[in-house]
Write a protein that binds this ligand. Structure first.
Ligand code: G3P
Length: 201
């Protein structure tokens, strides 16, 4: 029973549509009707500005972190479930949120939160890589996809040279696939040369 509850909780945590709720409550704006229409941090920065964008980034990251750390709660500690499974369920919740008609974000920040909880060095690597790749490309979508590939390379090297962690490798492959799949429209725009670029970096 605990397993069902913990999985449900991870999904519900991931389902919290921070971009939608922050926009509606504090800015009286439905960000689905603006910019790319995506319920994510990038579209929040674009539509509502830096403060809202930062808050949504942090909340979306924390959803993944909290779900992955759920087994630390004594009530669930007897549950024999790998924390990364909970993280993946939270990311699924983020992409297909029950609180927003199952139309959510593109898996980037919440995946980062999962990695922060499970293996923080990869999160730091991702964060640093994010700013470097963004500085060069000026496109958040392109940067997000490259981050997935960087995570994959890092985890493979980690497994080969340091410690075997197959669940981490499998989950990185899964999360990277989610990110690439959810950026289909961005890929079309990048190819057409119409993807918006950031001006602040
Ligand atoms: O994290 C989502 C980002 O990579 C792209 O967002 O709004 O430009 O489609 P957006």
């Amino acid at each position: 029973m605990n397993i069902v509850i913990i999985l449900l909780l991870a999904y519900l945590l991931g389902s919290i549509p921070s971009a939608l709720w922050i926009g509606k409550i504090f800015y009286k704006t439905d960000i689905r009707k603006h910019g790319s229409g995506n319920l994510g941090a990038t579209n929040t920065f674009r539509t509502l500005g830096v403060k809202a964008g930062l808050i949504v980034s942090i909340l979306d990251i924390l959803k993944g972190t909290a779900a992955t750390l759920l087994p630390l709660i004594p009530f669930f500690s007897v549950t024999d479930i790998h924390p990364l499974i909970l993280g993946v369920v939270a990311v699924v919740g983020h992409m297909y949120p029950i609180f927003a008609n199952f139309k959510g974000g593109k898996a980037v920040a919440t995946s980062g939160g999962v990695l922060l909880a499970y293996h923080w060095p990869i999160f730091i690597l991702m964060l640093v890589s994010f700013f470097i790749v963004l500085k060069l490309s000026k496109m958040v979508s392109f940067t997000s996809m490259v981050l997935g590939i960087i995570g994959l390379v890092y985890t493979t090297l980690y497994n080969v040279f340091y410690k075997i962690d197959i669940p981490l490798l499998v989950v990185i492959i899964l999360l990277t696939s989610f990110v690439l799949y959810r950026h289909r429209a961005n890929i079309v725009r990048i190819k057409a040369g119409t993807e918006p670029k950031v001006k602040w970096l």
